[in-house]
Every structure is written in C-alpha cells, then in structure tokens.
Design a protein around this ligand. Structure first.
Ligand SMILES: Cc1ncc(C[n+]2csc(CCOP(=O)(O)OP(=O)(O)O)c2C)c(N)n1
Ligand SMILES: [Mg+2]
Length: 349
C-alpha cells in the first residue's frame, strides 16, 4: 500500500496568547463581608458535621462525601458570582457549593435523607442535587463529567449571549481524566466563558496527587491549550475571593477560559465509608491546627474588633438553622410511591 505523504508542517505561526491574567490580590473585605464569609463557612461545616451524624444513625443512605476543610473555596469563589446570570456545576462533594449559593439547608438535608421535600424530591440523594432556578446544575457522580457538562453550560451562555459565566469545579483526581482535555481544547478554541476550578484537596480517594500526577502543579494543566492558570491558597477565603475577581475579569472580557487551582485539604475521609489508611492522623491534625479556613477568619475578625460574644451568638444561630434542617429532614415524609413513575424519560430522542 502506498505510504501516505508526510504532512507538511504548517508555515502559519501559532497565534500566541501572550496576555496573562493579573496576579490576584487578596480581597479586601469589609467587616460585614468577612462576617458573612465566616457565617457561610460555619454553616457548611456544621451542616456537614450534622450530615455525618445522620449518616452514622442510618438516616442517610448511599454515598455521602463531606466538604469539611474545603469551605473557603466555595464561599470565596461563589461570593463573587452573579447569581442571576452565572451557573455552577460540580461533582458529588456538592453540599457546600449549594449552601454557598444560598440554597435552603432544609431542602438539602431532606434530599440527603431521601424525603419528598428534598431539592431533587428525594430521588437524587447526596450526589445528585440540582437547582435550575439558582443555576446550580449538580451534583455529578461520574468523575470529570461535570467538566464537559460545564463546558456545555459555558457554550450556552455564549450562544444565548446572556452574559453569564460557568464555574465548573472538579478534583485533583478528575484533572487526570481525558474528557477534561477535550473540554479545555474546545473551550479555548471557542473562547467560552468558563472558570475551571480544580479543588486540589491532595487526594483522589486513597491516592495522593503526587502518586497519580506527573505534573502536580495543576494550574499548569491548560498550558498546551493556551489556557492560563492561577494557583490559589484555598484555605484562605479572601485569597479565593481575590482569585475569583481576577478570573471573572478575564472571562467576562471575552478572553476565554481560565483555570484556578485551589490548594485545599479535606479533613474527613473520601466518603463516609473510607477507612483512611493512606494518611496519618497527625497529617490531618497538623493541617487543622495550622491552616483551618474558619479559624483564620475568626482571627481576622478578632483584629477587626468583633467580640467573642458576637461570634458565639452567630454560632448558636447557625446551630439552630442546622438542627432545624435535620428535624425537617427526619420528620418530613418519604416520596409518594407514585413518584416512582415521574421524572422518568420515556420518549425516544
Ligand atoms: C469515571 C469515574 N471513574 C472512577 C470513579 C470512582 N471515583 C469516585 S470519586 C473518585 C476520586 C476523585 O477524586 P478527586 O477528583 O480528587 O475529587 P475529591 O473526591 O477529592 O473531591 C473516584 C476515582 C467515578 N465515580 N467515576
Ligand atoms: Mg481530590
């Protein structure tokens, strides 16, 4: 068989994308804003602790992945989004992102316990929660799927010219998946308005990022697609918010996608059924002691003159909200059996 002729190398120079986003500055928050960040992070932490307890008591079945330790990421980033236009999508570790988007803790907890009043009518559970009203598109159990779906959301924003930006969160483990790079390619080629957020919590189930990734500086993962990346301290809510500001400025200016690598840490196991043999208790404790995102904000609030009593009152208020959500989730009924026949796709497409 005749050999195919060798392809001639292109004489066209590659179009350089030399412009870089600015180095993000730590966001300078007012006392009120900082208190709000504190409140939201504490809500996520207490909510997740309660979810862990309810799981232990058998009220929550199936998988349940807690966000404890990573609170600053969702709160810092999403506080910069425009809830009327922008969309958010994430994986299965999704409760914190929903709370940070102002979704009622009661309907999230009720979803966890599989109740009819849950945000997905009790049929989705921990990993599959949606709020199209809030432009929160889940909640996905397939690692990496949210990256391609999020790229689709960004395409829709551009196609509909609605001015929105998609924020697609995924993990360090997911960042080694093939569809991520197909998505990167299309997003840059079409200059889609998307912020890819890699939540690098150092582990993918029991595998550390250094064991699985030949390039562990994940913010560089867009380089071959000319997508710029920024590495961010994901344990510092103001650094997260500052990075979000820069990323949004880049994307809203029509410059295409950007990657944020958030260096963070999960305190709990991968899911509720993780024996955690792959790391030591000391490692976890040391991060808690040195870099806890909530304690860090507490210290900043202290220097701004916020009194201990005020923080205690806030803590009580949050505990009340979380307890009410748990009571609601235990007492509200399970879905009606007729619900088995709704939300089922029967047509052929
Ligand atoms: C396509 C696919 N492969 C494997 C799994 C099993 N799995 C579930 S979570 C996970 C690890 C993902 O880790 P990472 O992306 O770092 O996210 P994290 O859990 O740390 O938030 C794996 C391999 C899956 N759900 N989907
Ligand atoms: Mg991870």
């Amino acid at each position: 068989m005749a050999k195919a002729p060798a392809r001639k190398a292109s004489t066209e120079p590659a179009v350089p994308n030399r412009e870089r986003p600015n180095e993000p500055e730590r966001y300078s928050a007012s006392k009120e804003e900082l208190l709000e960040f504190y409140k939201q992070m504490l809500l996520i932490r207490r909510f997740e602790e309660k979810a862990g307890q309810l799981y232990g008591l058998g009220f929550i079945g199936g998988f349940c992945h807690l966000y404890i330790g990573q609170e600053a990421v969702a709160v810092g980033l999403q506080s910069a989004l425009d809830g009327d236009k922008d969309s958010v999508i994430t994986g299965y570790r999704d409760h914190g992102h929903m709370l940070a988007y102002g979704i009622d803790p009661k309907v999230i907890m009720a979803e966890l316990t599989g109740r009819g009043a849950g945000i997905s009518r009790g049929k989705g559970g921990s990993m599959h929660m949606f709020s199209t009203e809030k432009k929160f598109y889940g909640g996905h159990g397939i690692v990496g799927a949210q990256v391609s779906l999020g790229t689709g959301l960004a395409f829709a924003h551009k196609y509909n010219e609605d001015g929105g930006v998609a924020m697609a969160y995924f993990g360090d483990g997911a960042s080694n998946q093939g569809q991520v790079y197909e998505s990167f390619n299309m997003a840059e080629l079409w200059k889609l308005p998307i912020i890819y957020v890699i939540e690098n919590n150092q582990y993918a189930m029991g595998t550390s990022v250094n064991r699985s990734s030949s390039e562990d500086q994940l913010y560089k993962r867009g380089e071959s697609f000319r997508i710029p990346g920024i590495q961010v301290d994901g344990m510092d809510v103001l650094a997260c918010r500052g990075a979000a500001e820069e990323a949004l400025a880049w994307v809203r200016a029509g410059k295409g996608p950007i990657i944020l690598e958030m260096k963070t840490y999960r305190y709990r196991g991968h899911s509720m059924s993780d024996p955690a043999k792959y790391r030591s208790r000391e490692e976890v404790q040391s991060v808690r002691d040195k870099s806890d995102p909530i304690e860090a904000v507490k210290r900043e609030l202290d220097t701004l003159g916020v009194k201990e009593d005020e923080l205690k009152a806030l803590e009580q208020e949050i505990r009340k909200v979380v307890n009410e959500s748990a009571d609601f989730a235990e007492q509200t009924p399970e879905p009606d059996p007729a619900e088995l026949y709704t939300d089922v796709l029967v047509e052929t497409y």
